[in-house]
Design a protein. Structure first.
Length: 680
C-alpha cells in the first residue's frame, strides 16, 4: 500500500519535506550529499522504444523511480541508502529496467514476473548496451538509411547516436558495429552484411548496483505506488551477483562429476554417517576420556580396524595430509552435514535457502504412503509446502536430526544449523557454510576432474547447481518425467522458467549423450540375449544388433557399452524413454513426417524442447504402430496396468455414449494384441 500523507507535510511534488532534497520536478531531482555537494538526477531519459521516461505512456514507472529515489533515503526507510551519488545510480539502473520493459510491452513494475527479472539480469550482466540493444538498433538505423538511398560515408557515430538514443553515452559495442557496417558498405551492399552481437561481459561490482536497484522495488513496497509482489533474491544479493555478474548463468554439473558426487554423498549418509555419530557419542560419553589422548587414539584405532575397509578411508586423531586419512573432527562436523546437504539438494531440487530452513519435523508419511518433506518455498509460493522425496533424503534429514542432538547439542529447530563460536560463546548459525565446502567434500571423495579452460581441473560446486542437476535426473533418467511436472516440482512461476533449465547448451549436450547411452544399454542387452524388444523399431534394432555383433570386441561390460555408444552415435541412433516404451524418432523433418503422433489425425501431438516428439501428446496404442517405437519387458507392468484400468472403466455402471464405448473397446483390443505379442 502506498503511504498516504497529510497535505500540510507535502512539498516537492508530493513528498514530505527533507533537507537533502533541493529540487523535485518531473524531469529533474537534485539531492544534496552530507558534504554539501549537489547531485542532479535527470529523469528525462530516452527509452528503447523512442519515448521519454517523462511521457504520459510511461507515467507509472516514472513515478515509481521518483519514489525509489526519495524513500530509499527517507528516514523511515530501512534500506540504508545515505548518499546522493548512490541515489542517482539506483535511478539510472531503474531507468535501464524501464527501457528494457517498454521494449517488451511492459509499462508497470507490478507486471514483472521472476522470469522477466531473470532475463533482465542476464542482459544487465552484459552491460548497458545489452539492455538497450544498442548494436542491433544502430545496425537497423544504418540499414534504413541505406535503403532510403542515403549515403553512409558522411555519417559519424555521434550523429547516429544522437538520432537513435538521444544521449552522448559511450557505446563501444554500437560504435564497433557502426565502423564494421561502413567498411562493409564500401565494397558490398548492406543487405549482404551478417549482423553478429559483439561480446562484452560485466564484472560483479558493476552488476551489484543493478541487482540492488531491482531489490529496492521489493524492499520499499510499502511506500511505492507500484512494486514487485515477490522477493526476487531470497538467497541474498551476493549469491545472485556471483551467478549473473559473469558470463553465462548457473553452469550445469558434468554428468560424470555430478553422479559421482551424489553416489559419494549417499554412501556417507547410508553407510558412514550412523557410524561416525556413534563414534562421536563414544568419544564424548564419559568424562574420563577427556584430557587423555591415548584413549581417543585407541577408540579411533578400533574404529579404523572395524570399518576402514567398508567406508574406504581411515580416520586420524590429528590433521594430516596422508593419503586415505581424514581428520575425525572434519569427517563428523564438516563432511557428514555436507553429504546430507548434497543428498537433500539433488534429490529434492530445493533452493539453498529452502534447504537451510528445513526443520527437525520436516518429514511426513511412511514407506507405504510415500515420504513428503515440508519446506519453505521461496520466490514463488513464499509459504511452507510438502514436496515428495525418496527415502534416502529422509535418511539424510533424520541423520541431521541425530547430529543436532548428539554432536551440535543445541535445541535449534533448523537441522542444518552450524554451531559457531563468536566472542568466546557458542551460537547457532542456520545459514552456515555447508554449501561452501562442497568442493572439499568432492575432493576427499575422489570426485573426477573435468575438462575446463585450464585443462583437466576439479569442478566448482554451488548449491543451485544441485537443483539444476535434478532436472537432468528427473526428465531423462525417470521415465515418467515431463516439463509440466518438473515445473511444478521446482515451484517455478511458469514453464518458461523451467525451459531456461532444459534449453541450456550444456544440458542439451549432456541429455543428448544420455539418449545415445540409453540406446547402447538396450542394444547391449539384446546382444546378451536378456532383452527381447517389441515394436517396428525393435525389429530394426535386432537386425542391426546382428550386423554389429562381429564389430564388437570382447571386453568388459563398460568397454562394450562405450563401443556401442560410439557406433550408435555414428549411426545417429538415440532413444528417448517414455512410460510405455522408447522413441527413436529424430528431430528431422523426414522422421517427424512419418511419426504416428505427428500425423494430422493426432490433434494432441507436440514436440519437446529437443525437437523430438513429446510422449504427453501420444498414447500406448498410437505409439504401438509407429515406425520409431519399441518396448521391452521393463514396460510390462505399465501395459498391464493400463489394460486393467481401461477394463475397469468399461465395467463401471455408467452410461457411456455408444461411440465412446466402441472406441474404448477398440483401444483395449489393440493394447491386448500388442502386449500379448510383446510380452509372450
Amino acid at each position: 500500500m502506498p503511504v498516504h500523507l497529510q497535505s500540510k507535510d507535502i512539498s516537492h511534488q508530493g513528498f514530505p519535506s527533507v533537507d537533502w532534497l533541493e529540487l523535485d520536478t518531473p524531469e529533474n531531482m537534485v539531492v544534496r550529499e552530507k558534504s554539501g555537494i549537489r547531485v542532479p538526477i535527470c529523469l528525462k531519459s530516452k527509452l528503447a522504444d523512442g519515448t521519454l521516461l517523462t511521457d504520459r505512456v510511461n507515467a507509472r514507472v516514472h513515478m515509481v523511480i521518483r519514489e525509489v529515489v526519495y524513500y530509499s533515503r527517507y528516514r523511515s526507510s530501512d534500506c540504508r541508502v545515505d548518499s546522493g551519488v548512490v541515489q542517482r545510480k539506483m535511478a539510472q539502473r531503474l531507468v535501464n529496467l524501464a527501457s528494457w520493459m517498454v521494449e517488451r510491452g511492459l509499462y508497470d513494475f507490478g507486471d514483472l514476473s521472476m522470469t522477466h527479472i531473470t532475463k533482465f539480469l542476464d542482459d544487465a550482466a552484459k552491460g548497458y548496451e545489452s539492455l538497450i540493444n544498442s548494436p542491433r538498433r544502430v545496425f537497423e538505423y544504418l540499414k534504413a538509411m541505406s535503403e532510403a538511398n542515403k549515403s553512409l560515408d558522411g555519417m559519424t557515430f555521434p550523429d547516429v547516436r544522437k538520432s537513435v538514443f538521444g544521449n552522448r553515452l559511450a557505446m563501444p559495442r554500437a560504435k564497433s558495429i557502426f565502423d564494421e557496417v561502413k567498411e562493409h558498405c564500401k565494397i558490398r551492399p548492406i543487405s549482404e552484411y551478417e549482423f553478429k552481437q559483439p561480446p562484452l561481459d560485466r564484472g560483479e561490482a558493476a552488476h551489484y548496483s543493478t541487482v540492488r536497484a531491482v531489490h529496492l522495488l521489493y524492499i520499499l513496497r510499502d511506500h511505492l505506488s507500484s512494486c514487485l509482489t515477490f522477493d526476487p533474491f531470497p538467497d541474498g544479493l551476493p549469491a545472485n551477483v556471483k551467478t549473473n555478474g559473469r558470463p553465462g548463468h548457473t553452469p550445469t554439473i558434468p554428468e560424470v562429476a555430478g553422479l559421482h558426487l551424489l553416489q559419494s554423498a549417499i554412501h556417507w549418509v547410508v553407510e558412514i554417517g550412523p557410524k561416525l555419530i556413534a563414534l562421536y557419542r563414544v568419544m564424548t560419553k564419559e568424562s574420563k576420556f577427556q584430557g587423555q589422548p591415548e584413549n581417543k587414539r585407541r577408540i579411533i584405532e578400533d574404529f579404523n580396524a572395524k570399518y576402514s575397509s567398508k567406508i574406504g578411508f581411515r580416520l586420524s586423531r590429528d590433521r594430516t595430509s596422508e593419503a586415505g586419512h581424514i581428520y575425525c573432527v572434519d569427517a563428523i562436523k564438516r563432511y557428514l552435514p555436507n553429504a546430507c546437504f548434497i543428498v537433500a539438494g539433488i534429490l529434492s531440487a530445493r533452493r539453498r535457502i529452502e534447504l537451510l530452513t528445513l526443520r527437525t519435523d520436516a518429514i511426513r508419511g511412511s514407506r507405504q504412503s510415500g515420504f513428503w518433506m515440508e519446506c519453505y518455498i521461496a520466490k514463488t509460493k513464499r509459504k511452507r509446502e510438502l514436496v515428495p522425496v525418496p527415502e534416502v533424503v529422509v535418511s539424510a534429514i533424520r541423520l541431521m536430526r541425530r547430529f543436532g542432538t548428539y554432536v551440535r547439542k543445541s535445541p535449534n529447530k533448523f537441522i542444518f544449523a552450524v554451531r559457531t563460536v563468536i566472542h568466546g560463546t557458542f551460537r547457532d548459525d542456520r545459514v552456515g557454510k555447508l554449501d561452501q565446502c562442497m568442493d572439499d567434500f568432492a575432493k576427499i571423495t575422489g570426485n573426477p576432474y573435468v575438462s575446463g579452460s585450464k585443462g583437466w581441473q576439479p569442478w566448482h560446486y554451488t548449491a543451485h547447481q544441485l537443483r539444476k542437476l535434478f532436472a537432468i535426473l528427473y526428465v531423462w533418467r525417470y521415465d515418467a518425467g515431463d516439463l509440466s511436472s518438473l515445473s511444478y516440482h521446482l515451484r517455478h512461476f511458469s514453464i518458461e522458467m523451467t525451459l531456461t533449465y532444459v534449453r541450456d547448451r550444456e544440458m542439451i549436450r549432456l541429455l543428448g549423450g544420455e539418449m545415445y547411452r540409453l540406446a547402447a544399454r538396450k542394444t547391449q542387452a539384446m546382444l546378451d540375449g536378456t532383452l527381447h524388444p517389441a515394436g517396428i523399431f525393435g525389429k530394426k534394432l535386432l537386425r542391426m544388433v546382428e550386423r554389429l555383433r562381429p564389430s564388437i570386441r570382447l571386453a568388459s561390460d563398460a568397454d562394450v557399452e562405450r563401443q556401442l555408444t560410439e557406433l550408435l552415435r555414428d549411426a545417429d541412433i538415440a532413444v528417448k524413454a517414455n512410460p510405455w516404451g522408447y522413441c527413436a524418432c529424430k528431430a528431422v523433418p523426414s522422421n517427424l513426417r512419418r511419426a504416428a503422433c505427428q500425423q494430422k489425425d493426432c490433434r494432441t501431438g507436440r514436440l519437446g524442447v529437443d525437437g523430438r516428439p513429446d510422449h504427453t501428446g501420444s498414447d500406448e496404442v498410437r505409439c504401438s504402430g509407429c515406425l520409431f517405437f519399441f518396448t521391452d519387458e521393463t514396460r510390462r507392468a505399465h501395459w498391464h496396468s493400463a489394460e486393467k484400468e481401461l477394463q475397469e472403466s468399461l465395467r463401471k455402471p455408467i452410461k457411456l455414449a455408444p461411440l465412446l464405448r466402441e472406441r474404448m473397446q477398440k483401444h483395449l483390443n489393440k493394447m491386448n494384441t500388442f502386449s500379448s505379442n510383446a510380452f509372450a
